[in-house]
Design a protein around this ligand. Structure first.
Ligand code: GLU
Length: 555
């Protein structure tokens, strides 16, 4: 029996040949230099910041070069399947404005390089596995779990590298032993379970100069010096489903991916992928192995973000807290490209998509994620978004995640005015960070959320009622800001408070306090807080009735 006959025996009834597939997936007709990228999430139900980080790089590299970005669902790990996970992936990414040109969508596949769900592509993988067998580059292996365990123990005892490689699977060299050949034929004819393994040509357990190496282009890390693989890794599992390794190679070749952006946890498998690409005579994509997302842990040391410890790893966190997607995008770019912040300073009003993103400027060692930094970036980003748009965003967010704030959306014009408070000054206020924080921050405008949070200042607490009564008596909603403050000064003086803080500081014994203490009493009665944007402006937004009502209540 030759290799071809074995291949025929392993997979007798496949409707297409490798040439058919090459014709069905022709090279893409794209302009010179256009990049084709893909996101290949597994539908585990957990979509995280790392996915978004990679997706963003994919999206920028493709769209900036006039290329194509597609979504492929990598569901070859059947144990991890979670219902609705694909919808979650699509809607979460869409929320952050990650737009695919082709691939899986909520309404089926778009594009001619599909099917874009790996579990639907079994026949394709088997066809290429058959081709590998026919070229002597792969073989069916019938080792049982117990046999593999025994091999592992033997290797451990001999201090050899673990795994199935030359010398360990008796089925690998079937062509050198007629007895094994007969066993293989009989097992296949009897329909016994098997996996298809790569028949690696690498040198097992080589050391030092004996290790052969390959040069592989990584756009983030520069040219990598990759040791050759020697493991006979599984390509097709007993279920007929491919492993990640083989699916990656077949799909990214057929779908004509030019740039594979994936986490650095895949670097150790790169030798396997290189060997498979070479065996099939295919060109390698340009790899972009991204750095792990890290944070400064409780002990002050850098550590990986963890699903268990860090809620901020999940994309759901940003949606439920109500971070504006533009803020998250903006922040991610600051960790994705080291020159982004400088660019933003020079181009404060530019569209984020005008930034020349490059893989070369991506970090290759632990990208540091910091929620405080995100909050700072968010403050600046929200300043660039018109208040009416923020109001709409908050309304949508509340409807989905926080119906308890529904009261704030009865009057959208009022809400818009509230959100715009102090944003148009020469030194604009940066009070708005994310929806949950914003709703708390502006809560005092709404009776549903208003409460006295801060203590009245000690200097004026005893005169509270007198101050507020005088304020109420003199209040004229039509006063301009200067007249209004003049009246507060009069109230201060009439009650033995200094008209200016500096007078009080000079002669503290001559006064009970100063005008600032008096206005703080009014501020707390109106807003419940000692700190807030400008009181006069707030009163204008609140309207006369509410101002009078709040002051009367506080007396
Ligand atoms: N399915 C893989 C993962 O979720 C994708 C890796 C890749 O992009 O190649 O990690």
């Amino acid at each position: 029996m030759n290799y071809k006959e074995l291949a025929e025996l392993v997979y007798p009834d496949l409707p297409h040949t490798v040439d058919d597939y090459e014709a069905m997936y022709p090279p893409r007709n794209l302009p010179e230099g256009a990049k084709v990228t893909r996101l290949g999430p597994s539908p585990t139900g957990f979509i995280h910041l790392g996915n978004l980080y990679g997706a963003f790089a994919d999206e920028r590299l493709a769209h900036q070069s006039g290329g194509t970005f597609f979504l492929r669902i990598e569901d070859t790990d059947d144990k991890r399947y979670v219902p609705n996970a694909v919808e979650t992936i699509i809607t979460s990414l869409a929320f952050f404005d990650i737009r695919f040109d082709e691939g899986v969508t909520e309404h089926g596949d778009i594009g001619v390089y599909g099917d874009y769900t790996q579990s639907h592509r079994g026949e394709i993988y088997r066809t290429f596995a058959k081709e590998m067998i026919a070229r002597g580059k792969a073989y069916p292996c019938f080792l049982t779990e117990d046999e593999i365990q025994a091999i592992r123990e033997e290797q451990e005892a001999a201090k050899l590298g673990p795994g199935i490689y030359a010398g360990y699977s008796p089925y690998r060299d079937w062509d050198k032993d007629p007895a094994v050949e007969e066993i293989v034929i009989n097992k296949l004819k009897a329909g016994e379970d098997f996996v298809v393994r790569l028949r690696s040509e690498g040198k097992p357990n080589a050391v030092g100069d004996e290790i052969r190496r390959n040069k592989v282009v990584d756009a983030i890390r520069g040219t990598l010096d990759v040791p050759e693989n020697f493991q006979d890794v599984v390509m097709i599992k007993t279920t007929g489903i491919p492993t990640y390794h083989f699916a990656h190679v077949v799909d990214d070749h057929l779908m004509r991916t030019t740039h594979v952006i994936r986490g650095e946890e895949w670097l150790p498998s790169l030798p396997i992928h290189v060997e498979m690409f070479q065996d099939l005579g295919w060109e390698l994509p340009v790899y972009c192995h991204t750095a792990q997302l890290m944070k400064i842990g409780e002990d002050g040391n850098k550590r990986k973000l963890s699903k268990r410890k860090d809620p901020e790893l999940s994309l759901d966190y940003y949606r439920s807290m109500g971070y504006h997607p533009a803020a998250v995008r903006e922040y991610l770019l600051t960790i994705l490209n080291s020159n982004y912040e400088e660019w933003r300073l020079a181009n404060p009003d530019a569209d984020i998509n005008d930034f020349p993103f490059s893989a070369e400027k991506m970090s290759n060692s632990g990208a540091l994620f910091d929620l405080n930094k995100l909050n700072d970036v968010s403050k600046d980003t929200l300043l660039r978004i018109p208040a009416a748009e923020i109001a709409d965003f908050l309304a949508k967010w509340s409807a989905e995640f926080a119906p308890e704030y529904a009261y704030a959306f009865r009057d959208m014009d009022l809400l818009t005015q509230i959100l715009d408070l102090g944003r148009n000054d020469a030194k604009p206020r940066k009070d708005l960070v994310y929806a949950r924080q914003i709703m708390d921050f502006i809560g005092y405008f709404f009776d549903e959320a208003f409460r006295i949070e801060d203590d009245y200042p000690a200097e004026a607490a005893a005169d509270r009622a007198a101050i507020l009564q005088a304020y109420l008596d003199s209040y004229d909603h039509a006063d301009d800001q200067e007249t209004w403050f003049g009246k507060i000064r009069e109230i201060a003086v009439a009650n033995s408070y200094a008209a200016k803080p500096k007078d009080y500081k000079k002669n503290p014994d001559s006064y009970k306090g100063h005008v600032g203490h008096v206005s703080t009493v009014i501020r707390i009665a109106l807003m419940g807080r000692a700190q807030s944007p400008d009181v006069w402006t707030i009163q204008q937004i609140m309207g006369e009735d509410k101002v009078r009502e709040r002051i009367s209540k506080a007396i």
